[in-house]
Design a protein around this ligand. Structure first.
Ligand code: NI
Length: 399
């Protein structure tokens, strides 16, 4: 291949080859779905990946600080190194949808489709290694643990996963988008996500004699109200920001004023300037409001993932490849970013690349009834997983 587009015959051949791998893709996806693992240490998932890749002629490196897997396909011919990524981890929640391969663990579930990402990427590795005469350079398969808040990509970057990489591509499935639809855009794709936490410190006492106390509850309530005007009053209306208080805790019973109140929430933005502004603003408003009520305030930001920014050229390339492979009807240029977050952002800070979403709405459900990612009832269609396999492979073949 020498361009970004594939002619009709080449596209059909590639999709047929990807579809012929369906038994492998689906079996692996179900095995991982049945045995979800959390965080940075996923030994069973790692073993399944290594077993599936063994014999394909790939150079496999296991992570040192995590159970990551990096597999290189080296054609021996000069050319770029293209990185393809699949994240591996599940979520700490109970799966309530009954199937033969329902999670066997009460408190873990693949509710974000990372089981499908791993399976599609393993099949893409098989497809590409069997058709390596169509490639030049190298393809690096990045199997990454710890996407769900554990900064797994950062550990892999520290261990050198991006060394020599020229461009990078990832797919994320969405269970409430049309099955087989690929969606992408250049520029900001997903938000930054920082956690804020603060404790308002007052002085406890009898609920009948508040004048002997410094009540932290009105201060906490006032701070939540004050935070709700931050975005509307301080963020440029053409930019995006979300400040949500999601957790508030104080007191134990009806006749005791507690000594403190705890508040936490999330800050989402699509650019670093707004991110810094809102982080400082939340701290100023929370501590200032506490002080206005005679309370103290201990405040902390727990930094989360940065903004995920697709390289404009690479996102355009992904759109062209997807359109030529799957037909224009199966590609949508996204009009707006989404306010979820991704640690793929760390990769895109270092190398040009993109992430595309792929719809996997179950075949038996209308979109509006499909449980979204992170739902206890989330499930996916497996009937077009070969689109994802084909797209991964095509992104490595396209020049
Ligand atoms: Ni995810």
């Amino acid at each position: 291949m020498s361009t970004l587009t594939f002619d009709a015959t080449a596209s059909q051949d590639l999709l047929d080859t990807a579809q012929a791998l369906d038994p492998l893709t689906i079996e692996l996806r179900r095995a991982i779905h049945h045995d979800p693992e959390l965080g940075l240490q996923l030994p069973n998932t790692q073993k399944r990946i290594v077993d599936a890749l063994t014999g394909l002629g790939l150079d496999i490196t296991l992570g040192e600080s995590t159970t990551s897997v990096v597999a290189d396909l080296d054609t021996g011919r000069p050319g770029p190194t293209v990185l393809l990524r699949g994240d591996m981890d599940a979520l700490p929640m109970t799966e309530d949808y009954v199937s033969d391969f329902q999670s066997q663990h009460e408190d873990r579930m693949h509710a974000c489709g990372h089981d499908a990402h791993v399976a599609m990427l393993v099949s893409a590795a098989q497809l590409l290694s069997e058709n390596s005469d169509e490639l030049t350079g190298k393809v690096r398969f990045m199997f990454q643990p710890g996407e769900e808040g554990f900064h797994g990509a950062r550990y892999m970057i520290e261990e050198g996963v991006l060394d020599g990489v020229d461009r990078a591509f990832a797919i994320h499935v969405l269970s409430n988008a049309p099955n087989g639809l690929i969606m992408c855009k250049g520029g900001p794709l997903m938000a930054s996500a920082d956690v804020f936490q603060y404790t308002i410190e007052g002085k406890g006492g009898h609920a009948s004699m508040p004048h002997y106390t410094v009540d932290p509850i009105p201060a906490a309530a006032a701070s939540v109200s004050a935070l709700s005007t931050l975005v509307s009053r301080e963020v440029d209306a053409s930019k995006s920001g979300v400040v949500t208080v999601a957790h508030i805790e104080a007191g134990t019973t009806n006749n005791v004023i507690p000594p403190s109140a705890f508040v936490e929430g999330t800050i989402r933005t699509l650019d670093e300037e707004t991110r810094n502004k809102l982080r400082a603003g939340v701290e100023r408003v929370a501590t200032g409001t506490a002080h206005a009520h005679g309370c103290g305030c201990s405040f902390e930001i727990v930094p989360g993932y940065p903004v995920t920014v697709n390289d404009v050229e690479q996102a355009k390339a992904a759109g062209e490849v997807a359109s030529s492979l799957l037909g224009g009807d199966n590609f949508l240029e996204m009009p707006t970013a989404v306010m979820g977050a991704e640690d793929w952002s760390y990769v895109l800070q270092k190398v040009p690349g993109s992430m595309a979403f792929m719809g996997v709405c179950p075949d038996d459900l209308p979109i509006e009834q499909a449980a979204p990612n992170h739902s206890n009832l989330m499930r996916i269609s497996e009937s077009k997983l070969h689109y994802g396999v084909g797209l991964y492979a095509a992104m490595a073949m396209a020049r």
